[in-house]
Design a protein around this ligand. Structure first.
Ligand SMILES: Nc1nc2c(c(=O)[nH]1)N[C@H]1C(S)=C(S)[C@@H](COP(=O)(O)O)O[C@H]1N2
Ligand SMILES: [Mo]
Length: 541
């Protein structure tokens, strides 16, 4: 019997899309923010060796998540196509294949700390049932079998038969119309009408699921629809000066919408404020729990701090400065009474991430906060709502736990944060760095007076000098912008009378202790990149 694999593959792809759509919708209906595809992505990341994940993050930057999610969806659709072809020959394989897919989805979902168990099970089984049933109908309507006999009867050659099958209904009438009884006009149109409608429905289901997931949480407020209570005004907060006026230079305070985002989460952990508690646990005399309201009612500070990711390449964008509002860690730790063995502060998140740093950092005078606010607003979901840690001078991977669940006091040697067993250093002080913002790379500069400008940072120490070198010239001292605090980056600018041709620009900073930024090139792994940011520019007459 002649089969029609192409149409069967189309039907299979559409049924996989339906399964995905139903899975996403049921997940979102069950728990805001939950996603089967997201859980599978998380599982893929967990099972992929750390160095591979890190090269992927480096190569893809913050596109890593959309790229992985897209790959997963495409793989599912391709598997659907295969099931369509197989299922066209043997209807019996369809249900078992979807069942196996559902079990894999359940496995990933149960492993995901953000999901609710029964929602995972219902969503995965619902997806399998929906996929199986949607595949049966179109397969029955594939006109292949009738074609074999009727096309022969019509005296068509093999290639004419193929074109009768493969020509889309919309284009068919414009080419030589082949009217074969039972093919093309009637059944083909019915087949494509059915699969098309079902495909559109699948996309609508998935889109509906995503929209529902985001809307029901208001994007900041976790499971409840009410916005979080406003954070108290903190008096006497220094406002940021305007800074240097150079087109394209990083502003002193990074707007929240432009702030870099790095984490292992595929769906934002969404927290129900009413039931969320922050625990202070481990090696403390008095383990404690705080509700969001209790934290909001405590005395707060609001302090600008530059934070950076250890994965920031020289010249990279994974660094930013914000006002962080919250409660000094020392206040909370003093209340709980840290035991002398509690030499490490481990932040644990509701999505299973953890980061640890020396307890001393909470007491040595640097800014070390349980942060509730960012740039005057409650933390946005993607930056850790309802609470996160911010520690001046430490890379995010050892300090800045978002979606915080507990602050655990531990022995330095017995507990390791998430990235440490994956090959990253246990201690992660932010390295002295500087970056050229303008001229932008690839930008063509007009000859004459122009500006070379950017930012430099040494959180906890402060920047005292920035120098720029053009080609093989001398290091020239740049003008520094206002220093907000020594925890924040500092803008710099060098006036340059640009001459035509290709030039290499290079920058280095000196911190307030007199250390000069090294030219030694180190990769981001295991504890942060070093080297001078350089940029090639072409100056035109
Ligand atoms: N829960 C959680 N918190 C996390 C991470 C994470 O993967 N999960 N990544 C950390 C890292 S590596 C960095 S650099 C900072 C980034 O904070 P941001 O996304 O607000 O810029 O968050 C930290 N906090
Ligand atoms: Mo990071």
């Amino acid at each position: 019997m002649k089969q029609n694999p192409l149409l069967a593959a189309v039907a299979g792809t559409v049924s996989a899309a339906v399964a995905l759509g139903v899975g996403e919708l049921l997940s979102a209906l069950g728990t805001p923010g939950q996603s089967l595809v997201g859980s599978v992505a998380g599982e893929v990341v967990d099972r992929t060796p750390g160095p591979i994940i890190h090269s992927a993050i480096e190569a893809l930057g913050t596109n890593d998540k959309p790229v992985l999610l897209t790959i997963i969806v495409v793989v599912c659709l391709a598997l659907g196509a295969a099931v369509g072809v197989l299922g066209h020959r043997r209807r019996r394989v369809i249900a078992p294949v979807f069942a196996v897919a559902a079990l894999l989805g359940i496995g990933a979902g149960l492993h995901d700390p953000l999901t609710s168990r029964w929602v995972v099970v219902v969503a995965a089984l619902g997806a399998a049932v929906a996929g199986t049933t949607t595949l049966q109908q179109p397969l029955r309507r594939i006109p292949g079998d009738e074609l074999e006999t009727s096309a022969n009867a019509a005296g068509l050659t093999a290639s004419e038969r193929r074109s009768a099958l493969n020509t889309a209904p919309t284009t068919a009438p414009t080419t030589a119309p082949i009217t074969v009884p039972g093919v093309g006009t009637g059944n083909r149109r019915a087949f494509f009408a059915l699969t098309g409608a079902v495909g559109v429905g699948a996309v609508a289901l998935a889109a509906g699921g995503r929209a529902l997931s985001n809307r029901s949480t208001g994007l900041t407020t976790g499971g409840s629809a009410t916005p979080p209570p406003p954070l108290p005004e903190v008096p006497g907060v220094p406002s940021a000066p305007a800074g240097l006026t150079v087109d394209g230079i990083s502003p002193i305070i990074t707007p929240t919408a432009e702030f870099y985002r790095i984490d292992t989460a595929f769906t934002y952990p969404k927290v129900d404020l009413a039931s969320w508690r922050l625990r202070i646990s481990g090696l403390v005399d008095r383990p404690m729990e705080f509700s969001y309201e209790e934290l909001v009612a405590m005395p707060q500070v609001n302090i600008p701090v530059t934070i950076a990711c250890v994965s920031n390449n020289v010249g990279g964008e994974l660094v930013g400065t914000a006002y962080w509002q919250g409660i000094p860690l020392a206040t909370l730790l003093d209340a709980a009474g840290v035991q002398s063995a509690g030499t490490q502060i481990v932040g644990r998140s509701i999505d299973g991430f953890s980061a640890g740093f020396p307890t001393a950092a909470a007491h040595d005078g640097r800014t070390a906060l349980l942060a509730l606010g960012m740039n005057g607003e409650p933390l946005p979901l993607k930056h850790g709502f309802p609470a996160r840690l911010i520690v001046e001078g430490l890379y995010g991977y050892v300090s800045a736990t978002k979606w915080l669940r507990s602050i655990e006091l531990a022995d330095w040697d017995t507990v390791n944060g998430y990235w440490v067993p994956l090959g990253w250093s246990k201690e992660g002080p932010v390295k002295l760095q500087s970056r050229i913002d303008v001229p932008r790379s690839g930008e063509s500069v007009m000859a004459g007076p122009t500006a070379i400008a950017g930012v430099a940072w040494a959180p906890g120490v402060g920047i005292s000098r920035v120098e720029v070198r053009i080609d093989d010239g001398d290091w020239q001292t740049a003008d520094l912008g206002p220093e907000l605090t020594d925890a924040t980056w500092r803008q710099w600018m060098l006036r340059w009378n640009a001459t035509t041709g290709r030039h290499t620009l290079r920058v280095r900073a000196t911190d307030s202790t007199g250390s000069v930024q090294t030219s030694d090139v180190a990769p981001v792994e295991p504890n942060g990149a070093t080297g001078h940011h350089t940029r090639q520019v072409t100056v035109r007459a």
